[in-house]
Design a protein around this ligand. Structure first.
Ligand SMILES: [Zn+2]
Ligand SMILES: [Zn+2]
Length: 176
């Protein structure tokens, strides 16, 4: 599986019981649909976090073809903004994987954190973001226990794919 940005081989990493693939060169990050599927079973005491409606205004969001291709199915990726965070993620409408350029996942986490008005939840979410950042930045923290990875991944997936029907429709109407 090659990096959609710089074409180098992606390296698979275990994140708790989830698997991600990242690029050691450009520091991008690929999360595939298999990982997201695992999240369906995911239970968390912090599930109120999942009720925040980031996609309130889904209709105003544009989906445009990306210059990158999916590392899994090699079809064209599509760019879409994560709510109004100014972060544009590359998404595969066929295999449902998501590509994060360097720093984008952290930005998405920071954005969700900002949107959380409940102070207790916000504090908690901040902690989760820090945990994940530690992991993504330093190889050393590989062994470090990350308690809330599932929740973070689920939040990202939930936000991105609640908008999926629109993305799918657009992808179908564009020439391949
Ligand atoms: Zn790369
Ligand atoms: Zn794909």
């Amino acid at each position: 599986m090659n990096c959609p940005s710089c074409r180098r081989e992606l390296v698979k990493k275990k994140l708790e019981k989830f698997e991600i693939a990242d690029c050691n060169f450009c520091k991008g990050l690929w999360i595939d649909s298999f990982t997201f599927d695992k999240l369906k079973e995911f239970e968390s005491p912090f599930s109120p976090l999942l009720k925040i409606n980031i996609w309130e205004d889904a209709e105003k969001h544009k989906v445009i073809p990306s210059s990158k291709s999916c590392p899994q199915c090699e079809k064209k990726l599509y760019k879409t903004e994560y709510a109004d965070s100014h972060v544009h993620l590359d998404i595969c409408p066929f295999c449902h994987g998501i590509w994060f350029d360097r720093g984008e996942l952290e930005k998405v986490i920071a954005y969700i954190d900002k949107e959380i008005s409940d102070e207790t939840l916000s504090e908690l979410f901040n902690e989760l973001g820090e945990e994940l950042k530690d992991f993504l930045i330093g190889q050393k923290s590989f062994e470090k226990e990350i308690k809330h990875v599932g929740l973070i991944l689920k939040l990202v997936e939930y936000r991105v794919f609640s908008k999926f029907p629109l993305l799918q429709k657009l992808a179908n109407s564009l020439p391949m």
